[in-house]
Write a protein that binds this ligand. Sequence first.
Ligand code: NAD
Ligand code: WQD
Length: 332
Amino acid sequence: MNILLTGGTGYIGSHTAVALGQSGHEVTLLDNLSNSDTAVIDRIAQIIGKRPSFVHGDVRDTALVRELIKVHSIDAVVHFAGLKAVGESVAHPVDYYANNVQGTVSLLQAMQAESVKSLIFSSSATVYGVPQYLPYDEDHPTRAINPYGRTKLHVEEILHDVAQSDASWRVACLRYFNPVGAHESGLIGESPRGIPNNLMPFIAQVAIGMRSELQVFGDDYPTPDGTGVRDYIHVMDLAEGHVAALDYLNGRPGWSAINLGTGQGYSVLEVMQAFERANGCAIPYAIAPRRSGDLAAYYASAEQAHKLLGWSAKRSLDEMCASTWRYYQTGV
Ligand code: NAD
Ligand code: WQD
């Protein structure tokens, strides 16, 4: 199939381009390069032996998206493009609604006009909010607790309305847990601009000497070692989940929400120790106050993904750490 990846040069988009390319799909990447750069395209080409098409542009440019859907005979869209920093979304909610919600509406207008009605949307576990029980399954009530999370929830609801209005739409909202790691080659990975918000890139930057120590945000949570627990998922497992979701959508109209996680939670200290073990390096750390807005613990029920998509994550925490380190050692 011919697949359009909005936000395709970003972290998850680039890994998904590899997984789709290796499964025989033709991929076209659309990105405004607000949080990525074109160097990744050569690297994808190096891995899959073929250069994906790239269009520099904004997903809110409906005319451009219509045109590229036509030119590249797009059959389905995977919609990654968006802003994703929780703290920034609290400070600049309008930018987040404009990019994430308006961007999706514009994409839907283009798809509708060109009669392309298969869509995978990058949603997030953050839509669930404060856990009423764990693991979160897809029936857990949704109640996002920050503007970023609310953009994801609004988009899920918009997509639900669209699928209800016209039985030929096929929509899967994939609720990612905590994607980490890099492609096994070390050629592509996550390189955040500025100080990383997320745990794994921060650990990697301490390991490589860019930062002096990891600050562990809180050690008094009601978790086994007092530090926050999350469901970290290898980005290549996540990428392969998209390939499975595309197969699933083929011939199956309607809307669905599916968790992509491992079902297993790890604490901050466990991740740090796994990184030290996998890569033979020491990570200096200090306990710091809790980070505002953080939840103590959450992890996925991965049953629905297994049942519907026939997919489950298979890479270990050590592989997540080892691939991250390999990527950093390539000098990115
Ligand atoms: P990323 O920032 O690396 O990738 C997003 C890409 O979209 C970037 O390349 C950026 O330049 C591009 N982009 C942003 N706005 C755009 C626009 N208006 N038009 C065109 N391109 C635009 O982020 P990522 O980690 O790869 O995340 C991809 C998606 O997955 C996002 O929607 C994010 O909210 C979602 N998600 C990410 C995580 C995570 O922890 N990384 C977790 C859950 C959900
Ligand atoms: C993980 C754990 C921190 C950094 C975020 C978004 C979420 C989703 C994924 C997009 C927590 C602790 C972190 C550090 C630390 N994104 N930590 N020191 O907060 O679970 O999720 O990314 O949808 O919406 O909120 O991920 O990697 O920031 O934190 O101790 O320097 O590591 O407190 O317990 P989080 P994270």
